[in-house]
Design a protein around this ligand. Structure first.
Ligand SMILES: *[C@@H]1O[C@H](CO)[C@@H](O)[C@H](O)[C@H]1NC(C)=O
Ligand SMILES: *[C@@H]1O[C@H](CO)[C@@H](O)[C@H](O)[C@H]1NC(C)=O
Ligand SMILES: *[C@@H]1O[C@H](CO)[C@@H](O)[C@H](O)[C@H]1NC(C)=O
Length: 433
């Protein structure tokens, strides 16, 4: 993979504001979206217009299949140059100018599919198809349907949308890209460029994404929880400038630091490495050398717990017949992720082990192989399973991540308790063109 220098997408913040149809005058304080877990794939979806879209914090656009005679965006428009201003993972930086001539002044862009590591460019078209979302009216305190006619999405062909959960028809991107869902909602509605996420742990519970604010109101009602968040810096990968990375110094299992070769979590000279967060990866995927050390440490820490037969793709399964469990999950050694700014992100049982049979749980981390096999050339991709039932705030302007680990254990709430955010009418939707 070539090293290309990408511009930081935040430079383009507010490019839409001048043309925004809605502003502070609308008194909107947040946009609220329900999150559902697809048990088959371990991925998450959110609804627009009654259809489900992959909830993907690594994706840069809202994208789905092109419909006949879809509207297009002109090549010389500001938004077209914005779309070509940042790098997408696995995709070469292209200007796509030649496509504009070839395709008769249709602005196209490149799209990466994090599920399969594919890059598609030249064909996916920018479209101004608009969107309808359910937003909280700050003054009235209720949900309203707000239409954003200038919302930009991308449409493409079927292969571009490979490996989606069966229920999903497209990808809802929430990266740092200026054309991601939170960037555009924030611009159009003058919201803060941040979003809170609570991923549900089962297919029967509903989680929530709240764009433009930090705290679900159910937590606000329980008192000031701002001080319960730990914040860590978000880092940027020069090759994948819109994705969310955290700085990791090391990992401890049961308070004991795991032996890793030094600098293994950092970006190397060509930009390989780093620790990326991804809701498009079901289980945390580690570079082989990192995984092997982690697995060894975890095996040692659980030597006293009876084993069960391993179930693919996992390498350590335990028989939990005699193991206690509580709101944090099964009573297994915690995993501390030591962050480079001195903070610690602790994972407890429920985010470490997946239940695969009534009395069997498996260490829910997977071997990503050598660097060439890691989809995005990162050292670790922190997957959805490890993020479930935690409250995460992606603060896109301050480039920091706020987290409260294991809500059921630490605050005795679960993502499902946030569903009163979603109580009121409505289903958000795409506008019919
Ligand atoms: C927004 O709220 C203020 C008072 O809080 C009110 O005066 C104003 O009319 C509201 N704007 C809209 C568009 O509802
Ligand atoms: C884009 O091109 C069209 C036709 O070629 C022209 O009418 C329009 O003014 C141009 N817009 C900008 C922003 O340059
Ligand atoms: C787990 O251990 C119990 C008690 O030793 C045993 O009866 C059961 O068959 C074991 N289950 C599996 C899946 O290994």
């Amino acid at each position: 993979m070539d090293l290309v220098k990408c511009q930081l997408p935040i430079l383009f913040l507010l490019f839409l504001t001048s043309s925004a149809t809605a502003g502070n005058g609308n008194n909107i304080s947040a946009v609220v979206l329900a999150i559902t877990k697809d048990e088959t794939t371990g991925l998450f979806t959110i609804p627009f217009a009654g259809e489900e879209y992959l909830f993907d914090i690594t994706a840069n656009y809202f994208s789905d299949l092109c419909k006949p005679n879809h509207p297009t965006v002109a090549c010389n428009s500001t938004v077209c140059s914005v779309a070509h201003s940042f790098c997408a993972s696995f995709c070469p930086a292209t200007t796509v100018t030649s496509d504009c001539q070839r395709r008769g002044d249709v602005c196209s862009t490149s799209i990466s599919n994090s599920l399969e590591g594919g890059c598609y460019y030249g064909e996916p078209s920018l479209i101004e198809a608009g969107v309808v979302v359910s937003a909280v009216d700050r003054r009235k305190g209720n949900l309203e349907l707000i239409s954003l006619p200038q919302f930009i999405s991308v449409c493409g062909y079927e292969t571009m949308l490979g490996m989606l959960p069966e229920s999903a028809v497209g990808i809802a991107g929430l990266s740092l890209s200026p054309l991601s869902i939170p960037s555009q909602f924030s611009d159009f509605l003058s919201l803060e460029r941040k979003f809170a996420v609570c991923l549900p742990s089962t297919g029967s519970a509903t989680g929530v994404a709240i764009i433009g604010t930090e705290l679900p109101s159910v937590l606000v009602r329980r008192g000031n929880l701002a001080n319960r968040f730990t914040y860590t810096e978000l880092k940027s990968d020069p090759r994948n400038s819109a994705a969310y990375f955290i700085g990791v110094e090391g990992i401890s299992v049961n308070q004991k630091p795991v032996d890793f070769s030094s600098g293994v979590f950092e970006f190397d000279a060509v930009g390989n490495g780093g620790v990326m967060l991804s809701t498009a990866t079901p289980y945390t995927t580690m570079l082989s050398e990192v995984y092997m050390s982690f697995l060894k440490a975890y095996k040692e820490a659980t030597a006293a717990i009876p084993r069960a037969k391993n179930i693919l793709p996992f390498d350590l399964c335990l028989n939990v017949t005699s193991l206690e469990s509580n709101e944090f999950g099964y009573d297994v050694p915690p995993v501390d992720i030591k962050l480079s700014d001195g903070k610690t992100w602790t994972l407890y049982g429920a985010n470490i082990f997946k239940k695969v049979a009534p009395d069997v749980i498996c260490l829910a981390f997977v071997d990503g192989g050598p660097m060439e096999q890691m989809l995005t050339y990162n050292a670790v991709i922190v997957g959805g399973f490890q993020l479930e039932e935690s409250l995460l705030v992606f603060d896109m302007d301050r480039l920091r991540l706020g987290y409260i680990s294991s809500l059921p254990g630490t605050l005795s709430v679960s993502c499902e308790d946030f569903d009163d955010e979603l109580q009121q009418p409505l289903s958000a939707g795409k506008m019919t063109m």
